[in-house]
Design a binder for this molecule. Structure first.
Ligand code: NAD
Length: 240
């Protein structure tokens, strides 16, 4: 069987790195893309553990960044799994939010995945799987109109692209809820406890909970799923 290659954006740290590690453990060769050059050390660490991993330092909002990712995909001989995970937040109440902060979040979280998918289309192998990283916040969150718009827009893009590329390529999204991350750890303890109390699973999510959901959508185990959103939130989205 030929090697399956997975390209993960935002792979320098956090969820992207956890996703890369799970996909590597399941036999994929990895292309890790990030604008932060910490992605080089991340790929080296995976390689030290015996995995095949290559870093691409690229800003996905720039033409030159997209071009270097496409060159790396061509060099790898094609892509079987594309995980559009890179994302940012710039939270503020709407009245205090600048148009620049609104546009920056839309640009990274929504426009960049669209441009990358388009740029990589001819390098996606038959049967490839695209996984877009949305968020439970796509359903609505205070102080995050830009982020909510970007992540719900990404769900719409997922559905549209799934139709456009069926049956050759499957396209799905993962929508994580509250996940243990530098962002959640920075919250005041009482706020965090209040949020965890609303989660039916009675715990905060781990990066690996999200990574395993992405790996499922990346694999043939999900071969009859396309255009779907897998919400990984411990049941928070169905809680009153
Ligand atoms: N952590 C959570 O609780 C959570 C919950 C729901 C959804 N998400 C989503 O999951 C994804 C990963 O989240 P995380 O917590 O690991 O974030 P993170 O900030 O730890 O990592 C994001 C990575 O994306 C990279 N990146 C940002 N802009 C880029 C650009 N223009 N070009 C290339 N790389 C870029 C960053 O350098 C960083 O390494 C994001 O899309 C986020 O919105 C996270």
């Amino acid at each position: 069987m030929s090697t399956r290659t997975a390209l993960v954006t935002g792979g320098a740290r956090g969820l992207g790195l956890a996703i890369a590690r799970v996909l590597a453990e399941r036999g994929h060769a990895l292309l890790l893309v990030d604008r932060d050059d910490a992605v080089v050390a991340a790929a080296e660490e995976l390689a030290t553990d015996g995995h095949r991993a290559r870093a691409v330092v690229a800003d996905l909002t720039h033409d030159t960044g997209l071009a270097s990712v496409v060159a790396a995909a061509a060099d790898a001989g094609g892509i079987d799994v594309l995980v559009n995970n890179a994302g940012i937040t710039r939270d503020a109440r709407l009245l205090k939010m600048t148009p620049e902060d609104f546009a920056a979040v839309i640009d990274v979280n929504l426009v960049a995945p669209m441009r990358l998918a388009e740029a990589l289309a001819e390098h996606l192998r038959e049967g490839a799987s695209v996984v877009n990283m949305s968020s439970r916040a796509a359903l609505g969150n205070f102080g995050q109109t830009n982020y909510v718009a970007s992540k719900s827009g990404l769900v719409g893009f997922t559905r549209g692209l799934a139709l456009a590329w069926a049956p050759r390529v499957r396209v799905n999204a993962v929508a994580p809820g509250l996940i243990d991350s530098p962002m959640s750890r920075a919250m005041p303890e009482d706020v965090l406890v209040g949020l965890v109390n609303k989660i039916p699973a009675a715990r905060i999510g781990e990066a690996d909970d999200v990574a395993r959901a992405v790996a499922f959508l990346a694999s043939d185990d999900s071969s009859y799923l396309t255009g779907q959103v897998l919400t990984v939130c411990g049941g928070r989205s169905v809680a009153p």
